[in-house]
Design a binder for this molecule. Structure first.
Ligand SMILES: Cc1cc2nc3c(=O)[nH]c(=O)nc-3n(C[C@H](O)[C@H](O)[C@H](O)COP(=O)(O)O)c2cc1C
Length: 377
């Protein structure tokens, strides 16, 4: 393998280091994966304006997301089973994000627990909440996030029912992994991953095991989700969640202008334009296609963030130009983690920072906070 220069390089390396079932879990979308592909493809269709002979000194990507200082407007997305891309994955990614000065968001469906991540970080991280039918468990999760000093709650709205990802079903995905000949083969061909995994005790859902009552078959993500996630979640629920939490609230998974307008009544601090990385409603529009419409509808009243399909710093720049005050990366950091643990996450962030910085300069801007639609052709 030559030098790592792009997110695609990290993806190639991750594929060689992570067992197939977990690499595929990251690199998949629902059904035909058309929305997963559109998220990336639609970024490529947006063209930048090249400007010349403007002062390019003293550039800065620093800005704020929900009032927190960030070294660039890129947070790490909440992703389930991150501790299966690499042993202790959530703890490593959280440390890399903290050192880089960007937010890390821990998923409810993480392998390392809220308390694990808090034990290795010194700045607050963000917690992503899935709402289960068992409200005692949900209240307890919110309280644990508070106790750990989390500074924002990211409430995911687009996964009360799980979209079907064919690869996971074909692979028989589970955490901890099953020990059938096929799974043993997939792991045995990734010896470094196995060695690291043998050294950690964190191999199941750390926020759930030992905390939720009657957790029977956690090994099957799809059946557990179907059994536990509350399909009745409504705008009314956002109210009590906001109240119980009492801090900054970010609503994740809005892809429609009507829903964006409805979100204004909740008093949320930000919304994330997102289709869950193309993993839920296949056939939905890409996030970047919907972003400007949602910004036009509500951008003057709530902070609008976006995720989905960002694979370069240019993509972040385009999202910012179209009105996003912040963005998130899912797969890019997961590929980095699978490729090289904490250092790989740092590399992913560095690649994105460099691309964003140079592109911004060549578009004639010095501050990310000055970037607007005028940089687009
Ligand atoms: C492997 C994987 C697991 C994910 N798990 C969660 C999750 O637990 N909670 C959540 O809100 N979103 C989850 N997402 C969605 C991400 O938060 C984010 O919306 C998406 O990854 C952004 O697209 P990108 O991967 O193209 O950057 C997951 C995404 C991936 C790829």
């Amino acid at each position: 393998m030559g030098k790592i220069l792009t997110i695609a390089d990290l993806k190639n390396q991750a594929q060689r280091r992570v067992p197939k079932m977990f690499f595929d879990y990251a690199d998949s979308g629902a059904w035909t994966e058309s929305t997963y592909r559109a998220n990336e493809d639609d970024f490529a269709k947006i063209k930048l304006r090249q400007r010349v002979l403007v002062d390019m000194t003293d550039r800065s990507l620093a800005t704020e997301m929900v009032g927190e200082k960030v070294s660039m407007p890129v947070a790490l997305s909440p992703t389930g089973l991150t501790g299966m891309q690499h042993a202790d994955g959530e703890m490593l990614a959280a440390k890399a994000a903290e050192e880089f000065g960007v937010p890390f968001t821990l998923s409810t469906m993480s392998i390392c627990s809220i308390e694990d991540v808090a034990s290795v970080t010194s700045k607050p991280f963000w917690f992503q909440l899935y709402v289960m039918k068992d409200r005692d468990f949900v209240n307890n999760l919110i309280d644990r996030a508070k106790a750990a000093g989390c500074s924002a709650l990211v409430l995911t709205l687009d996964l009360q029912i799980l979209g079907q990802r064919h690869k996971d079903l074909r692979n028989g995905l589970s955490a901890p992994p099953k020990f059938t000949p096929k799974h043993i083969w997939q792991m045995a061909t990734r010896p470094k991953w196995c060695l690291d995994m043998a050294r950690t005790k964190r191999r199941s859902f750390g926020n759930i095991v030992g905390h939720a009552k009657n957790v029977s078959d956690l090994s099957s993500l799809s059946s557990w989700t179907a059994e536990q996630f509350d399909p009745r979640l409504s705008w009314k629920d956002v109210e009590w969640i906001k109240e119980r939490w009492g801090g900054k609230l970010i609503l994740k998974g809005i892809l429609d202008e009507e829903d964006a307008r409805a979100s204004l009544d909740t008093g949320a601090d930000a919304i994330i334009v997102s289709n869950h990385g193309g993993r839920q409603l296949d056939g939905a529009h890409s996030s970047i296609a919907m972003l400007p419409k949602i910004v036009d509808a509500v951008g003057d009243r709530v902070e609008v963030h976006m995720d989905g399909g960002i694979r370069s710093g240019q993509d972040v720049l385009k999202a910012v130009a179209l009105g996003a005050k912040g963005t998130y990366i899912g797969r890019p950091f997961l590929y980095g983690l699978g490729a090289d643990g904490k250092q790989g996450v740092t590399t992913a962030l560095e690649i994105i920072r460099k691309e964003m910085d140079v592109s911004m300069a060549l578009c004639g801007k010095r501050l990310i906070t000055d970037v607007d639609r005028s940089i687009l052709a």
